[in-house]
Write a protein that binds this ligand. Structure first.
Ligand code: 5GP
Ligand code: MG
Ligand code: MG
Length: 183
């Protein structure tokens, strides 16, 4: 499904599938060189990071372990609540591990700053962040993110893993959802 098939439900395509794939190749090359000789663990944040994890992990030039965490901070609305709950914890003991958190988007930054603190308290050797998207104008807390794909305007977006009420995750581009869909 192309985002253009839902053209009546979106206002603008912000990042295309091709732009995403090119960026993932760039960042994968950088990560491969930064973590050379280190035992890297990718941690994807469900469910939004599923697409970026799948494509990013396969852009890396070696086989890499992956784990997943599910947290909730949004519910089915379009605003961050700031209250983070663990819905599915890691299966891996990350003590002394080099963890790279893979995220779809940094909006308020509340989820990631909570996760960074949580992972540090488990004794990870290092914790870094790769977020495909970031909304600089929405930041409520600053998150130290080493790898960022694209900075985007402060609007509610869908596609490439990002949902509205569990829909649109399989749209291949990232697009602004038309307000009439959620108002
Ligand atoms: P936070 O506000 O804590 O940085 O964002 C938490 C989570 O809310 C993100 O990881 C993402 O899953 C979701 N989120 C934030 N902004 C958007 C958006 O524009 N669209 C969608 N679909 N989800 C978002
Ligand atoms: Mg997320
Ligand atoms: Mg969501």
């Amino acid at each position: 499904m192309r985002a253009t098939d839902i053209s009546d439900q979106i206002t603008t395509i912000l990042v295309t599938e091709e732009q995403i794939q090119e960026k993932l190749r760039e960042i994968a090359a950088q990560v491969a060189s930064d973590y050379e000789g280190k035992d890297l663990l990718l941690v994807g944040v469900l469910k939004g990071a599923v697409m970026v994890m799948a494509d990013f992990a396969r852009a890396l030039p070696y086989n890499v372990p992956m784990d997943w965490m599910a947290v909730s901070s949004y519910g089915s609305g379009t605003k961050s609540s700031g209250v983070v709950q663990i819905r599915k914890d890691l299966d891996t003991d990350i003590h002394d591990r080099h963890v790279l958190i893979v995220e779809d988007i940094i909006d308020s930054g509340l989820t990631l700053s909570w996760l960074l603190e949580n992972f540090a308290s488990r004794g990870a050797a290092s914790v870094e962040v790769f977020a495909l998207l970031r909304k600089p104008d929405a930041a409520k807390v600053q998150v130290d993110s080493k790898y960022i794909g694209f900075d985007i305007p402060n609007e509610f977006v869908i596609g490439y893993g990002l949902d509205y009420d569990e829909r649109y995750r399989n749209v291949r581009d990232v697009a602004v959802l038309a307000p009439h869909v959620y108002s």
